[in-house]
Design a protein around this ligand. Structure first.
Ligand code: ARG
Length: 284
C-alpha cells in the first residue's frame, strides 16, 4: 500500500481517576485478587495518560470516582456516545452494575440525550465506531440483543463480531480503530481473537489493516486511542509501534501496567464523547 497522509483530529474524552482502584474480584483472566496491586502507582500511570492526552490537544472531562467500584476507572465501559446520543451500559457482572447509573448521570449532566439500555452491554468496550459502522463485539460481555437495540437508535451500521478468547473478552482488547473518519478507515486487530466469520469480514473490509502479534496484544497494545495520527498505546507493544510507523501513524507509548492487573489499558480508561454530527461539521 502507499502510505496515506495522516491527520490529527483531537478528541473529547471522559476519564475516571483510579482513586478506588484495586483488584478485589475476578471477572476476567487477567484479574487475580491475591496478587499485589498498587493504587498509588495506578494513579501515577493514569495521570501520565491524562498528560499525554492534554499534550495532544484533547479535551478531557472527568467523572467522580465512587468508593466500592474499583473498575470505574475503565470509563470506556460506561456507555457509547455517538452523534450526541449516549447509549448507557448495562454490565454483565453484578460487581460493576452500579457504574452504569453513575455514567448515565454524567451523560445527562453533560447535556447528552440518554438512551437507557435494556440489553447487557459494556459500552465502548465492545462498540467501536469506524466510519459509518459500529464494530460490535459479543461472546463474553455485550449481547447480540444490545447490537439490535443500538442499531435501532443510531443511524450507523452495526456489525457483530464474535470474540472467542477469554483473555480478549472485550472488542477493544483485540481491535484498535486507527482512523475512524469515513473514507479513511483503518484498524489493527489480533486475528486469533475472532471467530472465522468475523476474521473473514475484517480482512474483507480492511485489507490494509495491521494484524498484530500475540506479544503486542498481550501487553494490551490494541487497547489504544487514536486521533487519526497519534496512536496512544502500551509502551511495551514495540512491534506494533513499528507497524504503525510504517503506515504513517505516530505511536505514543504509555505505561499502564498497574491497570493491566485488572485487564485494562489505554482505551479502557477512555470514553470518547462524540459531538452531534452537525456540531462536528461546524467545528471542522
Ligand atoms: N476489570 C474490568 C472488567 O473486567 C476491565 C475492563 C476493561 N475495559 C475495557 N474497555 N476493555 O470489566
Amino acid at each position: 500500500m502507499t502510505v496515506p497522509a495522516r491527520h490529527a483530529s483531537p478528541l473529547s474524552v471522559l476519564m475516571c481517576r483510579p482513586t478506588h482502584f484495586e483488584v478485589t474480584y475476578s471477572i476476567n483472566p487477567w484479574m487475580d485478587p491475591d496478587a499485589p496491586c498498587d493504587t498509588a502507582r495506578a494513579i501515577a500511570q493514569w495521570d501520565a495518560l491524562v498528560a499525554t492526552y492534554r499534550s495532544l490537544g484533547f479535551s478531557v472531562s472527568f467523572i467522580e470516582p465512587e468508593p466500592g467500584l474499583p473498575d470505574m476507572v475503565f470509563a470506556a465501559n460506561g456507555g457509547l456516545v455517538v452523534g450526541g446520543l449516549a447509549y448507557t451500559a448495562s454490565f454483565r457482572h453484578e460487581q460493576r452494575q452500579p457504574e452504569a447509573a453513575a455514567y448515565a448521570r454524567w451523560f445527562a449532566s453533560a447535556g447528552l440525550e440518554v438512551a437507557e439500555a435494556a440489553s447487557v452491554n459494556e459500552g465502548e468496550g465492545d462498540f467501536l465506531v469506524v466510519g459509518d459502522t459500529i464494530l460490535a463485539g459479543t461472546g463474553f460481555r455485550s449481547t447480540p440483543g444490545s447490537h439490535d437495540e443500538l442499531s435501532e437508535l443510531v443511524d450507523l451500521e452495526v456489525l457483530p463480531l464474535t470474540l472467542v478468547r477469554e483473555d480478549y473478552y472485550h472488542l477493544d482488547t483485540a481491535l484498535a480503530v486507527l482512523d475512524a473518519r469515513p473514507g479513511r478507515e483503518q484498524i489493527a486487530f489480533l486475528p486469533s481473537a475472532f471467530d472465522e466469520a468475523g476474521l473473514a469480514e475484517l480482512r474483507r473490509r480492511y485489507p490494509d489493516a495491521i494484524e498484530v502479534s500475540e506479544e503486542d496484544a498481550a501487553v494490551f497494545g490494541l487497547n489504544a486511542v487514536s486521533d487519526g495520527l497519534h496512536v496512544v498505546t502500551a509502551a511495551q507493544a514495540t512491534r506494533f509501534h513499528a507497524q504503525l510507523a510504517a503506515q504513517g501513524f505516530v505511536p505514543v507509548g504509555v505505561d499502564l501496567s498497574e491497570l493491566r492487573l485488572a485487564g485494562g489499558g489505554v482505551k479502557c480508561c477512555t470514553l470518547e464523547v462524540r459531538p452531534a454530527r452537525a456540531a462536528r461539521e461546524a467545528v471542522a
